[in-house]
Design a protein around this ligand. Structure first.
Ligand SMILES: Cc1cc2nc3c(=O)[nH]c(=O)nc-3n(C[C@H](O)[C@H](O)[C@H](O)COP(=O)(O)OP(=O)(O)OC[C@H]3O[C@@H](n4cnc5c(N)ncnc54)[C@H](O)[C@@H]3O)c2cc1C
Length: 380
């Protein structure tokens, strides 16, 4: 049984055509110049690629989680950075607002974000805390009829250019941990200071440190419920884990395709590299890894789409494996290309650096294993 329908294949074609026509030409510029591809976001928006799960009435793609994976895989094959940018934009921000936002929030924000006119970012991690997200220190305090947010966020993708932020803030004592966290929809204004962070890979994604200085928001800017932010955050990261596995698939495929082409054209010792059995074995290992990650990722997405209780475990398994396999495949691709693979000319070099974030962002490998073991304990 195929987990993908004809509709998913049509989405794949649209995403692949877009990736080759619009993303391919700017992928190296994003990487080398840390260039944020503002200009092509509107083109992506017209095709529903930016916000794949947002309903069509708001201008989104109206798709399921498998559509998200299909899109991110095709974008990642050309640029890991662009794929991650869309993942954070379309899933961590837009899908979260679609799932938990009020009617008023959705009506105001989703059409602009889906069209690529306004940018959204998901701001959870802080200088103090990433894996231990329940310990965040950014605070929202009630003053009069408003909430006033103060604190700092770290590593926020799209954060440098965002017009809207989903901000996780503490609305009760620190000891209450996850029970005293609320998510707010914050419009950008002069109270937000955004500074760029130079990163190793997935460059051009507007990674930023944010400071909130007395940012006021109304009661109606709470997303979900007061002190109910943890549910919003965890659900969003559950979906994000599978989505980012789609980014991993794309990055691995992009590197594999380049290594294969290289092995077929490179001549040494009077033969083409691909004629050496070790090169064939390497390519076979890479393909086997990609297909393993693909099977896990699409299966996890399918489980979410059909509402299966197995989803939670499989989303962690897929993320752990897809991230590791992407790092392994890109490393092998660099090795296959020899000195060229180590040069800035090689796409494998870029993909190798891009892949590393997959073992860190949206839950590190260690956090994946921690949760997988917890779920094992619970079930036995
Ligand atoms: C390029 C980039 C983009 C990002 N985009 C976003 C974004 O858009 N929004 C957002 O909110 N965040 C974002 N992040 C943050 C990211 O999610 C965190 O970096 C990640 O969750 C890890 O948190 P940390 O960096 O604080 O590391 P820490 O949590 O300090 O982890 C340090 C080390 O400790 C290990 N560790 C943690 N817990 C355990 C444990 N229980 N047992 C054993 N070892 C453990 C970790 O695996 C890691 O190796 C981004 C990060 C980067 C680098």
């Amino acid at each position: 049984m195929s987990l993908l329908t004809q509709e998913h294949e049509l989405v794949r074609k649209t995403a692949r055509d877009f990736a080759e026509k619009y993303v391919g030409p700017i992928a190296r510029r994003m990487d080398r110049e840390n260039y944020y591809p503002r200009d092509i976001l509107r083109d992506a928006g017209k095709l529903g690629i930016l916000t794949p799960t947002v309903p069509p009435e708001y201008g989104g793609g109206g798709g399921d989680l498998r559509s998200v994976v299909v899109i991110l895989e095709e974008l990642g094959r050309v640029s890991g950075g662009f794929s991650l940018l869309v993942e954070a934009y379309g899933v961590l921000f837009a899908d979260a607002l679609k799932n938990f936002g009020s009617a008023g929030q959705k009506e105001e924000v989703l059409p602009k974000v889906a069209a690529g006119e306004k940018i959204g970012a998901f701001a959870l991690s802080e200088p103090c805390c990433g894996s231990d997200a329940a310990a965040i220190q950014t605070r929202a305090e009630r003053r009069g009829g408003e909430w006033v947010i103060n604190g700092a966020k770290m590593w926020i993708t799209n954060g440098l250019y965002a017009d809207y932020y989903l901000v996780a803030a503490r609305t009760g004592p620190r000891e209450a941990r996850h029970k005293a966290i609320t998510v707010f929809l914050l419009r950008r204004s002069s109270c937000v200071e955004a500074s760029p962070i130079e990163v190793m890979g997935v460059r051009g994604t507007g990674t930023a440190e944010l400071k909130f200085n007395d940012c006021s928001v109304g009661e109606d800017e709470i997303v979900g419920e007061l002190n109910g932010g943890w549910r919003v955050l965890m659900h969003t990261l559950d979906v994000g884990r599978v989505a980012i596995s789609g980014v991993a698939l794309g990055i691995a495929r992009g590197a594999f395709e380049e290594a294969l082409a290289w092995a077929r054209s490179r001549e040494l010792f009077g033969k083409r590299l691909v004629e050496f059995q070790n090169a064939q074995f390497e390519l076979a290992e890479m393909l086997a890894s990609i297909e393993t990650a693909r099977a896990l990722t699409y299966y996890a997405a399918y489980l979410y789409d059909v509402g299966s209780p197995e989803f939670l475990l499989m989303s962690h398994v897929a993320k752990l494996q897809a991230a590791r396999l992407a790092v392994d495949v890109t490393r092998r691709a660099v090795q296959m290309e020899g000195g060229y693979g180590y040069s800035k000319e090689s796409k494998a070099e870029m993909f190798y650096r891009d892949a590393k974030i997959l073992e860190i962002g949206e839950g590190t490998n260690e956090v994946m294993k921690y949760v997988i073991y917890k779920l094992l304990e619970k079930s036995s």
